[in-house]
Design a protein around this ligand. Structure first.
Ligand code: GDG
Length: 474
């Protein structure tokens, strides 16, 4: 490789590596943390596969290289493309539109042109490095045109697509000036995977209404005789890996230290999110502030740690959110705090995996309240670290994860009184009740891990087409 060709290709906006400079000034690549790499690494090794993606720096062309047994194929992006394709169309048009327009999506024709050009570059590269009949798996909303572009270049390939974020209902999707192009882009795949059955249904309905193809349940029938399957594959985590990390003496000691530094309160509540307006941070902070202010929870008994990982900081809505959260935390701590006792510990930073595991272990009540979320892996990671069946999860009904994690304290984050009540229930739950719920949650997460997700998707993709490009289904 990479002058040779391969039988298995993953295409994602980012390569699964970050460039790091060691204290001695040496530049190295480090596998970026994340379930997707963990799940796909073994599949990549088995098939000697390649991963196509941007390497994270603008205006830089890199040759393909090897890392941790993976063939990595970097795609260059200019500074202008980073602004228009990535920060613009992907994160200021599609992201808010697909998340129920929580923030207003911006529509700019130049952004769209850039999105088309970059998608074409990814498709061209995949066409170059794929063997006859190879399997190509395209990831996420930044690359929705790639399946069709790739099929035009290489009709022999088996193409799968997975959307990590929600797919919106017809009424919202209609706003998109390029609604038909995106649907047609996705229809280039043999199998289109979503986080939830409702998202797959939204897609099939839109294809019927907007493109006019015949559909039946989860199948779209194209005029050329090809069929496209649209189904849900709820993503998960490396559950065992997370559990064993959280069992190490170092992580347990660090968890104890975190609680100690808060003065060992009876209840530690926690939120961990990318700083994003979809995650419902203001709602949970407001609810907690009110519980302290109205005396339902005593300041001596509880602390709330909110970790907000910096994200998309050049996109305007994210800058606005950052200021809003700073103000809100300041107001709540100012209103209900005392000297040496700030009810909310707010951390705008990102941490290594070990620290994340320690934070989860330190939390009695994990509060996950997105207004809309494809899945939400934080909820699943928390559960994986609760091997003693202690701890409670407060979870938004609007997270994809709520469909599987039914024994969580499910909430509507828009309903602040309802949210307060559920948080209070979780805080005051008896050990027996907590154990009953957590046991059921753990069974769900430990049995349905990221390997199963990848296997289910790839098995279905293999069954969907035979190697000669004909459909094998009726
Ligand atoms: C999208 C969809 C879907 C966070 N801070 C740090 C850190 N993280 C890790 C968490 C978790 C991941 O990032 C966040 O995943 P989520 O699922 O919660 O949310 P998104 O980033 O919005 O992901 C989502 C997901 O794709 C997968 O399909 O579930 O719905 O929106 O794994 O642990 N990791 C480290 N340091 C941090 O500071 N190491």
């Amino acid at each position: 490789m990479p002058s040779e060709r391969t039988d298995f290709v993953v295409i994602a906006n980012r390569l699964p590596v970050d460039r790091v400079t060691s204290p001695t000034g040496e530049v190295q690549w480090r596998t970026s943390p994340g379930g997707l790499v963990t799940a796909l690494e073994p599949v990549m090794r088995r098939h000697d596969g390649a991963w196509i993606g941007w390497h994270g720096a603008a205006d830089e062309e890199l040759q393909p290289f090897e890392h941790a047994g993976m063939h990595l194929v970097p795609i260059p992006l200019s500074e202008q493309e980073v602004q228009e394709y990535y920060e613009g169309f992907s994160n200021a048009t599609l992201w808010p539109l697909y998340h129920d327009v929580i923030a207003p999506p911006e529509f700019h024709r130049e952004w769209w042109d850039s999105y088309v050009a970059v998608n074409q570059r990814f498709a061209n590269r995949a066409a170059e490095i794929s063997n006859e009949g190879a399997t190509v798996w395209v990831q996420d909303y930044q690359l929705q045109l790639v399946p069709q572009m790739l099929r035009e270049l290489r009709p022999d390939l088996r193409i799968g697509f997975f959307l990590h974020i929600p797919f919106p209902p017809t009424e919202l999707y209609q706003q998109l000036p390029w609604r038909r192009e995106i649907l047609e882009g996705l229809l280039g795949a043999d199998l289109v995977g979503f986080q939830a059955p409702g998202a797959a249904q939204n897609f099939v309905r839109l294809v019927r209404q907007r493109v006019g193809h015949k559909t039946h349940r989860d199948t779209v029938y194209l005029p050329d005789g090809r069929t496209v399957l649209a189904k849900a594959y709820p993503i998960s985590i490396d559950a065992e890996g997370f559990e064993s990390l959280s069992r190490t003496p170092e992580v347990q000691a660090r968890a104890a230290q975190i609680r100690e530094s808060l003065g060992n309160p009876r209840t530690v509540l926690m939120g961990i999110d990318r700083l994003d307006y979809t995650k419902g941070l203001p709602q949970r902070l407001r609810a907690f502030g009110e519980l302290i202010a109205d005396g339902s929870v005593q300041l001596d008994d509880a602390a709330f740690i909110q970790v907000a990982t910096p994200s998309r900081e050049r996109v305007e809505q994210y800058r606005i959110l950052r200021d809003d959260i700073n103000r809100l935390v300041g107001r709540i701590n100012g209103d209900v705090g005392r000297i040496g006792q700030q009810p909310i510990q707010y951390l705008h930073a990102s941490y290594p995996r070990e620290e994340m595991a320690a934070l989860y272990r330190a939390a009695d009540v994990m509060v996950v309240t997105p207004l809309r979320d494809g899945m939400n892996l934080v909820a699943k990671e928390y559960i994986a670290t609760r091997w003693d069946n202690e701890g409670a999860l407060v979870l938004s009904e609007f997270a994809g994860a709520a469909a599987e994690l039914k024994q969580a304290y499910l909430v509507n984050p828009h309903d602040i009184n309802g949210l307060k009540q559920k948080m209070l229930e979780a805080i005051n739950a008896s050990p027996r009740e907590m154990g009953r719920r957590m046991k059921a949650l753990r069974k769900q997460v430990m049995e349905n891990d990221i390997d199963r997700w990848a296997n289910d998707f790839l098995t279905e993709l293999n069954e969907q087409r035979d190697p000669h490009g004909k459909t094998t289904r009726p």
